[in-house]
Design a protein around this ligand. Sequence first.
Ligand code: BTN
Length: 253
Amino acid sequence: MELSAPRLIRRIEGSSRIGSRVWHTPSVGSTNAALRELADGGCAGHGAVLWAGEQTAGRGRLGRKWVSPRGAGLFVSVLVAGAENRILYSMASLAIRGAISSIHHIPCALKWPNDVLVGGKKVAGILIEQRSDDAILGIGINTGMTRPELDRISPEATSLLVATGRGGDHAVLLDRLLDHLEEQYIRSSRSSDLVFQEWKSALVTLGHSVEVQTARETWRGVAVDVALDGSLLVLNDKRLVRVYAADVRIRTR
Ligand code: BTN
């Protein structure tokens, strides 16, 4: 077990809510990996949350690492039962947007496939990993990183500190995030299509000229839709191309 000094900080007996059980650890390799171990050991079920002060081996999408220094971000994983990945990404994006904008009173935009933007730059990312019928939903939100620290990661990244002048209280942000996730989970169990359509209509990507970058090539087209399997449909020279895994930049000129 990777956890150092796990601390149970919130528990509502008998509740099946997201966040009914929240574990906190000052430092961990990856909250996604550690929550999987807790679940494999029978210690975590639907709604269990693992929150870390720092990650020493944080994982990003496309096999990248997620830079997770102490105090500079919210690093959290949630075990979710019975939701399709496409819906989970939609739920999580809407929940992150809701939590950030309700605390910081700033507009957040959503970008395919799973990014949350503030001021046109990425402030949060989502990584979902499958565990039999459950999913481990990992969320990273850049809170306290300074501009020079962010520039070492990417000029396209931002933090709440840079965008608003304050990184904010992580416990408050987590609490709000879990409330929004629970709300989206309930909405999606009534109508997953509603949540998917809401996410889709909030995407800044659609209708724009984009640059698609994969490990092998970079090409341009117009993003026209997101299919039911979550792939981005890009019109490239009269051909509709399905994009499953890539970096997609909106072209401004
Ligand atoms: C992305 O590349 O956009 C996804 C980043 C996801 C990072 C979060 S931080 C908490 C959780 N644990 C991890 O190792 N990764 C996710």
